[in-house]
Design a protein around this ligand. Structure first.
Ligand code: 5GP
Length: 298
């Protein structure tokens, strides 16, 4: 290239920084899809809305192999079936190709549709460290019309926790008695440690009065509520990105490598259960996520 046509040094440095940032954004996005933090349909929508953005520049081949359970062989068959050239980028798909890809995604990754006939019993669950407790506490403070259920637990109170307000702190014998007498709607051992359960009576009373009841419980508990009360509304709280969840899970870096890996495996498994839920809410900002959960609870 002659000197006259070569971009100035500063431009090239800026362009290469932009390219690195764009690559990083695409990598994070692919990871979010792989970990099911966002749906493939959302990625496609974002790419089509901004074809010039890093997501718009994602190749269809990269996009497809980032999807759960799609390898190179399947990817090539899908592209051939949909009549899309492997060199295409998401933002550059033609109208017919967009429609074909979008339809294929909907058959393969069923879009979330709340089922009809939901009751006022709302369950908030999600992966460990996603911030369920904070969102539930925000709802309690800002929506006095919603009853936040107080669970029973066998763990000891932490400083500042009040019996009957944060939990009913009970011993193993009392917890066993509550189970035996059918006082719990659901109960589970959480993190292989302590037992937690939802007392049935206050919930039944509040529902009978026409109030909305919110349970902030773990995934095992959410499944039991689904079985016991099939018309309950199950809400799954999602992190804004996989990286963000990793930060919240292992951010302090005080765990050893094995513990770190174990937590990440658990989180991946927990995220995979979101399909069992009626609503997905992203915890990008506590007040916003809380308002969204509260609006579902009507
Ligand atoms: P923590 O001990 O930090 O307050 O709560 C630990 C975990 O127990 C949280 O993930 C919370 O969702 C879950 N949990 C709290 N109460 C209940 C409950 O009544 N039932 C079930 N299944 N899980 C609960």
């Amino acid at each position: 290239m002659s000197d006259a046509r070569r971009p100035p040094e500063v431009d090239r440095a800026a362009a290469s920084r932009r390219a690195v940032a764009a690559r990083r954004e695409r990598a994070a996005l692919k990871q979010d899809v792989a970990m099911r933090v966002i749906t493939p349909q959302q990625v496609l929508r974002r790419a089509l809305a901004a074809p010039e953005s890093p997501v718009g520049a994602l190749r269809v081949t990269e996009f497809l192999t980032a999807l759960p359970a799609i390898g190179a062989g399947k990817r090539d068959r899908i592209l051939a079936d949909l009549d899309i050239s492997p060199v295409k980028r998401l933002g550059g798909l033609g109208v017919r190709q967009r429609a074909a890809l979008s339809q294929w995604l909907d058959t393969r990754f069923a879009p979330h549709r709340p089922r009809a006939g939901r009751s006022r019993l709302v369950v908030l669950a999600g992966p460990t460290a996603v911030g369920k407790g904070t969102v539930a506490a925000h709802i309690k403070d800002h929506h006095p019309e919603i009853l936040l259920s107080v669970s029973a637990t066998t763990r000891a109170p932490r400083p500042g926790e009040i019996d009957g307000e944060h939990y009913f702190f009970v011993d193993d014998a009392e917890f066993d008695r509550m189970i035996r007498d059918g006082e719990l709607l659901e109960h589970a051992t959480v993190h292989n440690k302590h037992r937690y359960g939802t007392p049935k009576a206050p919930i039944e009373k509040a529902l009978a009065e026409g109030r909305t009841v919110l349970l902030e419980i773990d995934l095992q508990g959410a499944r039991q509520v689904r079985a016991a009360a099939p018309d309950a509304s199950l809400v799954f709280l999602l992190p804004p990105s996989w990286d963000e969840l990793v930060q919240r899970l292992v951010g302090r870096g005080t765990e050893d490598e094995e513990e770190r890996a174990r937590r990440l495996r658990t989180a991946k498994g927990e995220l995979a259960s979101q399909g069992e839920f009626d609503f997905l809410v992203v915890n990008d900002e506590v007040a916003r996520a809380a308002a969204e959960v509260a609006s579902l609870a009507r």
